[in-house]
Design a protein around this ligand. Structure first.
Ligand code: AR6
Length: 169
């Protein structure tokens, strides 16, 4: 069984040790996947976030999952896309890496990620996918399961194709 799996679905419904939130540096609920996670977790999540904020881009913070099926939420902040010459790739990679590091420090064995930065933050999907998957491939031996949860078909296809290229190359 592959330790890295790309699935189509809603990350708030997934029963894993931790789900990752594509957050803003203030760790405020916001929109996108972050809004959905806060709605599903309940208002205690925003309270817990206040205690661990701020979170600069590329870093990660952990809170309980409250009403979510997941035990923890790892909040990470991806880069805002600004043309690609402002360190975006390095920050995106750090967001994935630091989330997995924090997961290991908390004995998390199963973890699910959304596609960080490719929504409101505007990171091109086809450039983001291989960055995420290379980190997953490197870290896979430290986990039972790492899921990439795509919310739409285009995202699912982009990650599936990038995974195929990585495995062949
Ligand atoms: N499950 C999985 N993925 C989802 C879900 C869901 N329930 N809902 C949306 N997505 P975004 P960003 C996908 O915009 O680009 C927030 O306001 C979505 O389709 O949520 O990192 C924060 O507070 C897309 O593929 O995150 C920040 O201010 C992916 O999640 C800002 O947006 C990420 O899209 C962060 O922007």
């Amino acid at each position: 069984m592959e330790r890295v799996e790309i699935i189509l679905g809603d990350i708030t419904q997934i029963k894993v040790d931790a789900i990752v939130n594509a957050a803003n540096p203030e760790l405020m609920p916001g929109g996108g996947v972050s809004g959905a996670i806060h709605r599903a977790a309940g208002p205690s999540l925003a309270e817990a976030c206040k205690k661990v904020a701020p979170c600069p881009p590329g870093e990660a913070r952990i809170t309980p999952g409250f009403n979510l099926p997941a035990k923890y939420v790892i909040h990470t902040v991806g880069p805002t896309w600004n043309g690609g010459q402002s360190g975006e790739a390095r920050i995106l990679e750090a967001a994935y890496r630091n989330s997995l590091l924090l997961a290991r420090q908390n004995q998390i064995r199963t973890i699910a990620f959304p596609s960080i930065s490719t929504g409101i933050y505007g990171y091109p999907l086809h450039e983001a996918a291989p960055i995420a998957l290379r980190v997953f491939k490197e870290e896979a031996h430290n986990f039972e399961k790492i899921y990439m949860v795509a919310y739409d078909k285009l995202t699912y296809q982009a990650y599936t194709e990038a995974w195929k290229s990585l495995s062949e190359g």
